[in-house]
Design a protein around this ligand. Sequence first.
Ligand code: NAD
Length: 263
Amino acid sequence: MQPETVPGKTALITGSTSGIGLAIARGFARAGINIVLNGSRPPEAVESEREKLGKMGVEVIYRQADMGDADHITAMVEAVLGHFGGIDIVVNNAGIQHVEHIEDFPREKWDAIISINLSAAFHTVRAALPAMRQRGWGRIINIASAHSLVASPYKSAYVAAKHGLAGFTKTVALEAARDGITCNAICPGYVLTPLVQNQITDTAEARGISEQEVIEDVILAAQWTKKFVTVEQIAGVALFLCSAAADNITGIALPVDGGWTAA
Ligand code: NAD
């Protein structure tokens, strides 16, 4: 890895007040990258985290925006461009999950998942790309999923959104390839974050089994290492994709899944 290529750059990381997004923010800040945190909570709720990251010697700002709302996203990107004069790295990370049989899957949950997990990436990239092209350098990293490559039952909206995100990644990669911009998807297996904790609870309910059984028989059954992927591992891969060594890696869906999608 050549992290010397990234200090001084600016990264917008959506949904970055917890889990994988926050770990990427920490990893990037440590590498000298200015950070735009995003979430739907008011600024006071994330001020202590913002301050902590700022102590790493980079500028860290927070933008409240609902990633399910195209106008919020466009306004956020414009505000960040105004503040920093550009966005070098976009990490499309915000995501939600809902686990239920198709017949009982609430329509509003389907719409929310497609909107936050897929359309938000389109709106963010659409707004940020012109400034990246102007600078002739950019990194777009979509936090997709093993569910971009394979399906599981009861996750219709999530699997559809994540497969869509992998397709969107390839299209952006092709359209931006001549401007020094790469676009890649990281496809994590199971990472123990609030999103997965909720899923463990929901799956236990949907299948009528205990949470421990869900972890052993459902979640880690798919992961051949029998270990959760860590948020730090995802952050490390994201940082690698920002390095000069990754200049010619574009349009890929990179599994970080303990062998799940190899089977
Ligand atoms: P998480 O719940 O900790 O993170 C999701 C983040 O998205 C949260 O910070 C949440 O506040 C934010 N978010 C949700 N809706 C939002 C909205 N409308 N506006 C703004 N922010 C919003 O869970 P995570 O596991 O860290 O998930 C991060 C990403 O990683 C998601 O896209 C998820 O699909 C993906 N992923 C997670 C796993 C896993 O096992 N945890 C596996 C594969 C992919």
